[in-house]
Design a binder for this molecule. Structure first.
Ligand SMILES: Cc1ncc(COP(=O)(O)O)c(C=O)c1O
Length: 354
């Protein structure tokens, strides 16, 4: 830390992203990326002609892409907000809607960025414990008088809650923003975005990073009432109006046009998930039911950190946390069938080695 850092940030603990090794070739099952490349249409769309326009700023309103997304989700263009990854949107939402007098609540086991954003903006937060087997109890969020952030499916567990449960939370917190982070919704959960017409306090956040194979392009979007979207734009235009680059915008438009390709990939991931869970069960693993492109699993005989390290030494990267209530689990991204077979093979070796 330099002596110049503002005292506001002296004790801030930054988020630790999953490893992105640039040296050795790993089978990467650690950051929930898609194993599938972008669609052929996306690859064709990013042409030399588009690259040659990089001397010009991109459209800060992202009109053309917003129009396509609005058509896909059958919402108004004024209900769509786009930004540089959904992390950017979460950051803007914490900034826009929370403060000392408007605290926030989220599950105690969830996306690790939520407490980081709260601390960054000096927002008091409540981490609400999950119930047995990491189940989220909607009652715990009803009428709590705070803004609420819930990942659905939750990360790193993969568990979902229903639209009816979300609606219960929304009705009982009408004066607070309820942000549903649907980064993994396309892999099996039921999106609640249709409720944005009825609940002006609902903000739904999704990403192109997971189901749409565009993690490297950095693009997230939010769906919400016109008023909430205007608030997010106020923050965006007060920080970096050009936060989506031209090439990402072109790629994303082609991605929306090839929606069928991505939805078919999601079905393949769901099949590979079921396959992996079944094989792991045969090997003595207990896995939390998941609707996401990852699973949260543990083995009675091997500790989570030992599994993580042994897999890494064998060329497979998964994610592991040292927090006491989840330290015996590993989170494994669901990849292609070949990747999952390679993972299972290494697991068998590890179990044999004891
Ligand atoms: C629950 C959740 N929300 C949001 C994100 C951020 O995704 P991105 O910024 O790539 O859109 C992630 C990424 O892993 C996530 O797990």
């Amino acid at each position: 830390m330099s002596r110049f850092l503002s005292s506001r940030f002296a004790s801030l603990e930054a988020y630790t992203p999953g490893e992105q090794p640039q040296d050795m070739q790993y089978i990467k099952l650690n950051t929930n990326e898609s194993p599938f490349p972008p669609s052929p249409e996306v690859i064709q769309a990013v042409t030399a002609a588009e690259v040659s326009k990089l001397n010009l700023y991109p459209d800060p309103e992202c009109k053309s892409l917003r129009k396509k997304l609005a058509a896909l989700y059958e919402v108004g263009e004024e209900n769509v907000f786009l930004s540089n990854g959904s992390d950017d949107i979460l950051n803007f939402a914490f900034m826009a809607f929370c403060d000392q007098s408007r605290p926030v609540a989220f599950p105690a086991i969830s996306y690790g960025f939520y407490p980081v954003y709260a601390n960054l903006h000096q927002i008091p937060f409540t981490a609400i414990p999950l119930r047995e087997d990491f189940r989220l109890e909607p009652e715990d969020y009803c009428g709590i008088g705070k803004n609420i952030v819930i990942a659905n499916p939750n990360a790193p567990t993969g568990r979902t809650i229903s639209v009816a449960e979300i609606e219960k939370i929304l009705c009982s917190n009408e004066d607070h923003v309820v942000l549903i982070d649907e980064a993994y919704i396309d892999f099996g959960g039921e999106s609640c975005y249709r409720l944005i017409d009825r609940y002006e306090n609902l903000l739904v956040c999704q990403t192109f990073s997971k189901s749409r194979s565009l993690a490297g392009g950095r693009l997230g979007f939010a769906l919400g009432s016109k008023a909430l979207i205007e608030d997010l734009n106020k923050i965006k235009y007060s920080t970096n109006p050009y936060n989506i680059n031209r090439l990402t915008m072109i790629a994303a438009e082609a991605a929306v046009d090839s929606n069928d390709y991505y939805m078919a990939n999601c079905r393949t991931i769901a099949e590979n998930r079921a396959y992996t869970v079944e094989k792991l069960a045969e090997l003595g693993f207990e896995t939390i039911p998941s609707a996401a492109n990852f699973i949260f699993t543990r083995h009675k005989a091997i500790k989570g950190n030992a599994l993580y390290s042994s897999l890494k030494s064998k060329g497979i990267l998964v994610r592991h946390w040292t927090k006491p209530d989840i330290e015996n689990y590993i989170r494994v991204t669901i990849g292609s069938r070949e990747q999952m077979d390679a993972f299972l093979e290494k697991i068998r070796e590890i179990l044999k080695e004891g």
